[in-house]
Design a protein around this ligand. Structure first.
Ligand code: GRG
Length: 306
């Protein structure tokens, strides 16, 4: 039973997640009000308020709560929202015809399908700008901490972070040779783990964490970021095998490289187990009760079914 491996203390993870997700949803609604020019704000709100698990902003609040003496995490809300704005804009751009060309996202038509390509590009751009505006203007924390957060987030998102992962992914699509394990890891560490890392690290910075604490949490986030993707790849295979012939055939023609393809299903599961253990080890020296949300979030990423 994974819930007992996380912590011995009683912790209602389900309520924690739904309370935090509603807080994030309410705050996003207020942070991006309908305004002139109407269509661009409609497009931004359409993608931002379309649901989503809100894992990244919740990680940000949980990291803040671990290190802060402040019982309510409201000082970390602008940072948490900025992370979700960037996550959403990366999905909007990822779905564009010039990238993955997807027509469905979070259970509804993608932004460019609903609003047209020019508005989808601009909605992404505007969400990226708004993320930094909101983080820097609405965070009630000492200016040096806010400045450090802005530097951290911009690094994680740019051409050495999220964008780097996307570029290397695009470049390797259609390549004749299968990418190496290192190559696959590079893509995931940048495309997926970088933003989870920023989420956790911003929470830690704004709570006034020491450098040592921040680095421990950074390592935690990198492990769960990679774990997120390994589990995603495993779920791809296990879901496909339920639909045997059809999806297995589809899997062969797509050039998407996955962990099970490179190391086999069993080894991928072991690797996921190692990443989960490494992640939890980073939290061993923190107060167990205060670390419970992050420990459960790691389990949630490891054991999720979709
Ligand atoms: C960031 C400036 C900038 C540009 C974007 C398009 C692009 C560059 C990057 C692509 C990033 C991308 C799509 C990464 C995949 C991330 C991922 C694992 C998405 C799924 O996350 P979930 O499962 O989704 O948390 P929900 O919908 O629950 O939020």
């Amino acid at each position: 039973d994974e819930s007992t491996t996380a912590t011995a203390t009683k912790f209602d993870f389900k309520s924690y997640m739904s309370d935090k997700a509603s807080l994030i949803n309410r705050s996003l609604d207020l942070a991006v009000p309908p305004s002139h020019p109407d269509r661009i704000h409609e497009a931004m709100r359409y993608s931002l308020l379309a649901g989503g698990k809100r894992v990244r902003p919740i990680l940000c609040l949980a990291a803040y709560e671990l290190l802060s003496t402040d019982p309510d995490a409201s000082a970390a809300i602008p940072a948490a929202l900025s992370i979700e704005m960037i996550h959403t804009m990366s999905l909007v751009h990822d779905d564009l015809p010039c990238m993955d060309d997807d027509s469905l996202r979070r259970g509804r038509p993608t932004c460019h399908v609903a609003f047209g390509e020019p508005l989808a590009v601009l909605a992404g751009d505007a969400l990226l700008a708004l993320a930094f505006h909101h983080l820097s203007s609405a965070t009630p924390a000492p200016a040096p901490l806010v400045l450090r957060s802005v530097a951290e987030l911009s690094r994680c998102v740019g051409s050495r972070g999220l964008v780097a992962g996307q570029v290397v992914d695009i470049e390797s699509t259609g390549a004749s040779a299968a990418p190496s394990l290192e190559h696959l890891e590079y893509i995931h560490v940048h495309k997926t783990a970088a933003l989870l890392e920023a989420a956790v690290v911003l929470g830690a910075i704004l709570a006034g964490g020491t450098d040592e604490q921040i680095e421990k949490l950074r390592k935690f986030a990198r492990c769960i970021g990679l774990l997120f993707q390994v589990v995603d790849d495993i779920l791809d295979v296990t879901k496909s095998s339920q639909e045997l012939g059809k999806t297995a055939g589809k899997d062969l023609v797509t050039d998407k490289t996955t962990y099970p393809k490179l190391m086999g299903l069993e080894r991928s599961r072991e690797f996921a187990g190692e990443l989960l253990r490494d992640a939890k080890e980073q939290l061993a020296e923190f107060d167990a009760e205060k670390a419970a949300p992050l420990l459960h979030l790691a389990d949630y990423i490891a054991y999720r079914q979709k």
